[in-house]
Design a protein around this ligand. Structure first.
Ligand code: SF4
Length: 475
């Protein structure tokens, strides 16, 4: 087992037994489920909406080249500077280059999972820049020097008490458990940062090819301030975020809000079409858009799993996943956690190093059932498992299946080994829980079901004999 898999297993084992952690996550997600279901039921026909969204994303991803070319043309027509980044390193270099060129010192950021993906904060801090996250959840995890716990709720693993203690320690505020007061503490710190920041950095929820616009949806207004106040705005987005038409937002914005936070629509929905134009009162003087590939085109080339690029990062599959709900977001050690993270991380970061994530699933299919763009998530986990073992077969597994095949295809041999399995099982129950138990590792986290007292053949034989005997009885 490689180091990432060992770390994953060790941390998962600890967290599944941490009842406090489970309670916090359970409370947060049960409230989410109630509002999500209420909002989904307000759609005239949720299933038709999902089908329409899946088809639009299919069109967007299967003609990605054309849509990207149109997006870039329209962005550039209004003075936006577009940059292409093939790798995370290239994206960091481009962003650092812009910041250095502007002789900027401080950067204010709104929520962007793509920036987590390229480890931007670390690169900026290393280069000596001050970078502040302005989304409340991101601000909290930044103070704790942690990555986001969830793609939509970065600080969902923390109680109010923990946030109060954190603010008291890091910001010198008075302890309080009142959510409004906690928000005001963060707001006072952040307002000052917007005013003094040289560069505003954002992610994007969608990019509209037809109009050359970047769509950002949020609830705190922090992305709007990040884009409006500093002189330079930089937006980093994955190339799969493109939608063909402006009208597609009429479906995707309410759908993302319903699945992400259970709202009918988020509080702020902004469109950015370029730097400040002559006669406009506000907006950045310079607008840069960085289009990130980072192995997305490799996923695009995979006809079987290409639909993983349809993801709109609503977080819905994480919320219903029994594994995520027990082990939490940090255990994955990836930018994207939960079912979608387990599907795409092996593509983005290497199949052999991250294949263990595809096994962290009960294959219950709840993720596939909930996904608003109908990504076949649990089947893709199976595809990853198959690909990983085809690429690097396990010697033990191969030997075990060879042996199994050899025995099962010879009925006389199968009959001969049957009593041995019964004996082994009896031995297992005798020494269960000790190192002598041949199934010790297996039964650490699950039960070994008992072998039936009789085989089907024995059962049938006995049943037929009993019916024959009954028929012989005089009536
Ligand atoms: S895979 Fe589907 S459910 Fe999961 S985050 Fe993406 S869009 Fe949402």
């Amino acid at each position: 087992m490689n180091a990432t898999a060992t770390q994953f297993k060790a941390q998962a084992r600890v967290l599944t037994r941490d009842l406090r952690h489970r309670e916090v996550i359970h409370t947060a997600l049960s409230k989410y489920e109630v509002v999500r279901d209420r909002t989904r039921s307000a759609f005239q026909d949720w299933d038709s909406a999902r089908q329409a969204a899946a088809e639009i994303k299919w069109e967007a991803v299967n003609h990605l080249g054309e849509h990207l070319a149109q997006l870039v043309r329209n962005l550039e027509a209004r003075g936006t500077q577009v940059h292409w980044a093939s790798t995370a390193q290239q994206a960091r270099d481009i962003i650092l280059g812009i910041i250095r060129d502007k002789k900027a010192r401080s950067i204010v950021k709104s929520k962007a999972m793509t920036s987590e993906e390229i480890h931007l904060n670390e690169a900026l801090a290393e280069a000596g820049f001050e970078v502040v996250e302005s989304d409340l959840g991101e601000f909290i995890v930044q103070l704790r020097k942690e990555p986001p716990y969830h793609i939509v709720f970065p600080a969902m693993h923390l109680s109010r008490g923990e946030i109060s203690e954190l603010f008291a320690r890091e910001l010198g505020s008075a302890p309080t458990q009142n959510p409004e007061e906690l928000t005001m503490i963060a707001r006072r710190v952040l307002r000052q940062k917007y005013i003094t920041a040289d560069v505003g950095f954002t992610g994007a929820n969608f990019a509209i090819a037809e109009t050359g616009m970047i769509s950002i949806t949020e609830n705190e207004g922090n992305a709007r301030l990040t884009a409006a106040l500093p002189k330079v705005m930089i937006t980093l987005l994955g190339i799969e975020k493109v939608l063909p038409r402006f009208e597609d937002l009429a479906l995707f914005l309410p759908m993302l809000a319903a699945m992400g936070t259970g709202q009918a629509l988020t509080c702020y929905n902004s469109m950015y079409g370029g730097p400040r134009q002559p006669g406009e009162a506000d907006g950045p003087e310079e607008f840069h858009v960085v289009l990130l590939d980072n192995r997305r085109t490799e996923l695009l080339a995979d006809g079987e799993q290409r639909d993983a690029l349809h993801c709109i990062r609503c977080g819905g599959c994480l919320n219903v996943c029994p594994i995520f709900r027990n082990i939490g977001g940090h255990t994955y050690h990836t930018t994207y956690s939960g079912p979608i993270g387990s599907v795409i991380t092996p593509h983005l970061r290497g199949l052999q190093d991250w294949k263990h994530l595809s096994f962290a699933s009960s294959l219950c299919g709840a993720c596939t059932e909930t996904c608003p763009v109908k990504i076949n998530l649990h089947h893709h986990l199976l595809h990853n498992r198959r690909n990983a073992s085809a690429q690097k077969p396990s010697v033990y597994e191969k030997a075990a299946f060879k042996l199994f095949g050899f025995v099962i295809s010879r009925p006389w041999l199968y009959q001969a080994v049957k009593p041995v399995t019964r004996l082994l099982q009896r031995f297992h129950f005798l020494v269960k829980g000790t190192r002598l138990d041949p199934a010790y590792a297996w039964t650490q986290s699950r039960e070994l079901p008992p072998i039936a007292p009789q085989t089907f053949k024995e059962y049938w034989r006995n049943r037929t004999a009993a019916s024959a005997a009954a028929r012989k009885q005089p009536s």
